[in-house]
Ligand binder design. Structure first.
Ligand code: SF4
Length: 357
């Protein structure tokens, strides 16, 4: 089941608004939204809430750099909870461009990103008439979002003050509103901290979670080797579009001047992605160079499409193609806007220009 919950299937017991636009006073419902990654921690958080009698809705907020994977669907199904996957939105780009609380070791704006995700969860909480948002965060487990002061910032700036519950570390944190109101039994919550996974695995066994999910490979933004691409784009294209961020995940990137970049496919799969990217939502200043009668890399020239820059693009095709695979007359097509021309790959020197990102 790809998406067990869709925005149209609201629970039946959400109170109607009064004519004045206020919700009538009724006893809070034991319903929670859980930020779910498919991993062990968020699975445990969901299980603990279920054991306290909560109806739990899982939420996965996709970003450009972290998409929902099959393990998330499987995990939600195993826990018996509906899952909503929120697709990436353009407003996430602002989080990347100007994170209020800075970046981590890579280009990861984790605190701002968590605030963004918690705001999404808050919206769903209100839509569903739930009383709390739950996460699997453990105090001190990760460097940039799971320290107490960071958690405080996330809670404050997401508008979830008193409504953000971390069942695995709750006893180390101030009681939330559902705990104070007696909806959540604080005695049944935990005080885990640090990076040791063993106690969490033991708890999973006690709670009947049979398959221990493996930690995911994580978000690309945390990778130090990926960060230069992101910072290069932010520096030279402060108003870069989503397309430009998405393309960062494909190919070899070379900055040849402040206004132009070249992207070179590294294998057949990346060539196919570059071709598809060129044909969808590309910026107007983009050319697609494709070897017509030999196996070589596809190239995008993004920026100024001068003859000099196109020659550099051709040069990178020459550089990354095995000379033995070249036919007697190697042909490359160059597509710009609506125009397509065929050129012979002759006398093109492999350029030394360009900074590899
Ligand atoms: S690791 Fe990536 S997805 Fe997770 S909080 Fe940080 S920036 Fe966001």
């Amino acid at each position: 089941m790809r998406e067990a919950y869709s925005g149209g299937q609201l629970p039946q017991d959400i109170p109607a608004l009064t004519p004045a636009g206020h919700a009538p006073r009724i006893a809070p419902v034991k319903r929670a939204v859980a930020m779910f990654s498919g991993g062990l921690d968020s699975s445990l958080a969901i299980r603990m809430m279920q054991l306290q009698g909560f109806e739990v809705y899982a939420l996965f907020v996709e970003t450009i750099f972290e998409r929902c994977h099959p393990g998330v669907y499987r995990g939600a199904e195993a826990l018996g909870v509906p899952l909503k996957v929120m697709p990436p939105k353009d407003d996430y780009l602002e989080v990347l461009r100007r994170p209020r609380f800075g970046y981590g070791q890579g280009a990861n704006p984790c605190i701002d990103c968590r605030i963004y995700m918690c705001r999404c969860a808050k919206e769903l909480m209100e839509e569903l008439g739930a009383c709390v948002v739950v996460t699997g965060e453990v105090v001190g487990q990760r460097p940039m979002s799971q320290h107490r002061w960071q958690q405080y910032l996330v809670e404050k700036h997401s508008g979830l003050k008193g409504r953000l519950l971390r069942p695995l570390s709750a006893k180390l944190l101030s009681p939330t509103i559902p705990e104070v109101e007696g909806l959540v039994d604080r005695d049944k919550l935990f005080d885990f901290s640090g990076r040791n996974r063993k106690p969490l695995i033991n708890l999973a066994r006690q709670l009947g979670i049979q398959i221990i999910p493996q930690p995911s490979i994580g978000c690309l933004l945390t990778h130090r080797s990926f960060a230069p691409r992101v910072f290069d784009l932010l520096r030279y294209r402060p108003t870069a579009t989503r397309w430009e961020f998405e393309i960062l995940m494909v190919g070899r990137h070379l900055r040849i001047s402040p206004d132009t970049k070249i992207v070179v496919g590294r294998d057949a799969q990346e060539n196919a992605v570059l071709e598809a990217a060129f044909h969808t939502h590309r910026p107007p200043e983009c050319a697609y160079l494709h070897p017509e009668n030999f196996a070589g890399p596809d190239v995008l020239v993004v920026g100024v499409l001068s003859e000099e820059n196109l020659q550099l693009g051709l040069g990178f095709i020459a550089r990354y193609t095995s000379k033995r695979k070249l036919p007697a007359v190697p042909l490359v097509s160059i597509t710009r806007g609506q125009t397509r021309e065929i050129r012979q790959l002759t006398d093109v020197k492999a350029p030394v220009q360009g900074v590899t990102l």
